[in-house]
Design a protein around this ligand. Structure first.
Ligand code: ZN
Length: 462
C-alpha cells in the first residue's frame, strides 16, 4: 500500500494524490496548478504516474485546483470511473467547460498578438478542448452520497462526508485492506468554515490512521463573519459617498453566492444606499448561481427549506446578471454606485481585469478582495500594495482604496483545522495544499502526530 503526491505539495493548487492498494489505483482529485504564469506549463507536464493504470478518481469538489486536469487525465489514457456527489458533478462540468473556453481564448489572443507583431504563430496551446471536456464527463459513474460507503475493489471502500466548503464538497475516507494490512486514510479535500450562511458546517471526520490534510489558512484565525460583513458594507458606503464604484474580484463558486446573499440582505434591510446596482459579471458565476438553486438540498437545512418554499435568497432588487459581453462593457460607463462582482477571484484573467482597468486608478472607487490570491497573481500584487499594475500592457496607477476582508473564506482557519484534525486521532499526517508559512505554522500546532510535508511526486508506504 502506498501514497504519492502529484500536486498541491508546498503550494495551494494542483491537488492530485494517488493511492495504490492490492494492485488497484485510486486517485483523489486531479486539479489544475494556478497562479504564476509558468505554472500553466506545469499543468501540461506528465502526471508522475500512468493515467491508464488508474481505476477510480474520487473528486472532493469542483474547484478548478481540484478538478482542472481531469480532461488531460482522460486524453492521456484514463478509462476508469470518476465518483463524486451530484452537485460536484454538475459544478465540475461548468468549471471544466469554462477552463477549456479560457484556454482557447488565451491561445487565440497570443496568436493575434504574434500576427500583429508580424511574427510566427506562437504562444500557449490549449491543454484541452471543449470536446475533451465533454469526453471526460462520460467517465463520471456512481454518485456519492454523504455517509454512504461505496465499494471500490476488493477490500477498498470509500465514504464521502460533507466538507462544508462549497456546494457538494466532500472529505473522503478510504478504508483499505491488503492481506492482513488494514489502513483508514482520510483526505480532507478543502475543509469549510463553520457558521456560514449558505453551507452546512463541515462534518467532523472519522478516526483514521493517516490524514492528508489541506492547510491553506493553517497560520491564522479568520475574523468573525459578522465583522467582515460590517466591514464590507462600510467599504461600499464609503466608496459610494466618494462617488465611486466597488469592484469585487469574485470566485465564481460559493464566495460569489454568499456575497450575493449578504448584499441582498443588506440592501433589503436598507443598510446600503438606495439606488445600489449590483452586477454579477461572470457567465460562469451566473450559471453557478443557477446550479445553487437547482442543488439547494446541499445547502444548510434552514436555507434549503426557504428555497423549497419558493423564496429565492439569491435574488433581490438591483441585482443584474450580465452574461453578454456588450452588457459587461456597458458597466464601464457607470462611474458611481455600482458593485461589480467579476471573475477571476485572483485577477489572473477574466472580466475583472477590465473593471480594474476602469476603476483602480480612481481614488473614489474601491477594490475589495474577499478571498485568497496565490503568489504571482495580479490579485496578490494589488493586495501586497503594488503602486502600479499593467494589465493589457498598459501602466495603470493604483489609487482606489484596496480592502482585504478575509472573513468570507470558504476555508477553515487554523483553530478549525486543528479541531478537524483532532477528530481523526491520526498518528500520521501529510500536510498539503498550503504555502510553506501556513504549513509550518499549522505543523507546530498539531500534536501527537507525525507530520510530513511531501514534495512533488514523492511517495510513501502506508
Ligand atoms: Zn476548494
Amino acid at each position: 500500500m502506498k501514497i504519492s503526491f502529484h500536486g498541491a505539495t508546498r503550494g495551494v493548487t494542483g491537488s492530485c494524490h494517488l493511492v495504490e492498494c492490492a494492485g488497484r489505483r485510486i486517485l483523489i482529485d486531479c486539479g489544475f496548478f494556478q497562479g504564476r504564469h509558468e505554472l500553466g506549463v506545469e499543468n501540461g507536464r506528465p502526471f508522475g504516474f500512468e493515467p491508464g493504470t488508474v481505476d477510480w478518481l474520487l473528486l472532493t469538489h469542483a474547484h478548478l485546483d481540484h478538478c482542472g486536469r481531469i480532461p488531460l487525465l482522460r486524453t492521456r489514457g484514463f478509462t476508469g470511473e470518476i465518483i463524486a456527489t451530484s452537485a460536484t458533478r454538475d459544478l465540475a462540468r461548468l468549471v471544466l467547460l469554462d477552463a477549456a473556453g479560457l484556454q482557447d481564448e488565451e491561445a487565440r489572443r497570443w496568436q493575434r498578438r504574434a500576427a500583429r507583431r508580424g511574427g510566427e504563430k506562437e504562444g500557449p496551446h490549449p491543454l484541452y478542448s471543449v470536446l475533451d471536456v465533454l469526453d471526460c464527463l462520460q467517465s463520471f459513474g456512481r454518485t456519492a452520497r454523504y455517509g454512504q460507503p461505496i465499494q471500490l475493489g476488493d477490500g477498498i471502500v470509500a465514504t464521502f462526508f460533507d466538507a462544508g466548503h462549497i456546494l457538494g464538497s466532500a472529505s473522503i475516507l478510504l478504508e483499505m485492506s491488503e492481506g492482513d494490512h488494514h489502513r483508514r486514510v482520510v483526505f480532507s479535500g478543502d475543509v469549510g468554515s463553520a457558521g456560514r450562511p449558505l453551507m452546512s458546517d463541515p462534518t467532523l471526520p472519522p478516526e483514521a490512521d493517516v490524514v492528508v490534510m489541506e492547510s491553506t489558512y493553517g497560520d491564522r484565525p479568520h475574523r468573525p463573519l459578522s465583522a467582515s460583513v460590517a466591514e464590507l458594507e462600510q467599504a461600499v458606503r464609503d466608496a459610494f459617498d466618494r462617488g465611486g464604484n466597488v469592484v469585487i474580484p469574485a470566485f465564481a463558486l460559493e464566495r460569489t453566492q454568499e456575497l450575493i446573499f449578504h448584499l441582498g440582505q443588506a440592501i433589503t434591510a436598507g443598510r446600503l444606499p438606495g439606488l445600489t446596482q449590483v452586477f454579477l459579471d461572470s457567465p460562469m458565476a451566473i450559471s453557478a448561481t443557477e446550479l445553487f438553486r437547482r442543488n439547494a438540498k446541499y445547502l444548510r437545512p434552514d436555507i434549503a427549506a426557504e428555497f423549497a418554499r419558493g423564496h429565492d435568497l439569491l435574488d433581490f432588487r438591483g441585482l443584474r446578471f450580465t452574461r453578454d459581453r456588450e452588457d459587461s462593457a456597458a458597466i464601464n460607463r457607470i462611474h458611481g454606485g455600482a458593485i461589480i462582482l467579476a471573475g477571476s477571484g485572483m485577477c489572473n484573467g477574466g472580466r475583472v481585469v477590465h473593471h480594474l482597468k476602469h476603476n483602480i486608478w480612481r481614488p473614489e472607487s474601491a477594490i475589495i478582495f474577499v478571498g485568497y490570491a496565490a503568489e504571482g497573481t495580479l490579485g496578490r500584487r494589488i493586495i501586497d500594495g503594488a503602486e502600479e499594475i499593467s494589465p493589457f500592457w498598459e501602466r495603470i496607477r493604483v489609487r482606489a482604496r484596496i480592502h482585504t476582508i478575509n472573513g468570507f473564506s470558504a476555508h477553515a482557519d487554523q483553530p478549525e483545522l486543528i479541531g478537524w484534525h483532532a477528530a481523526t486521532k491520526s498518528a500520521r499526517t501529510f500536510l498539503v495544499h498550503g504555502e510553506d508559512r501556513a504549513m509550518n505554522a499549522l505543523s507546530r500546532r498539531l500534536s501527537k502526530t507525525e507530520i510530513i510535508m511531501p514534495s512533488l511526486d514523492e511517495s510513501f508506504a502506508l
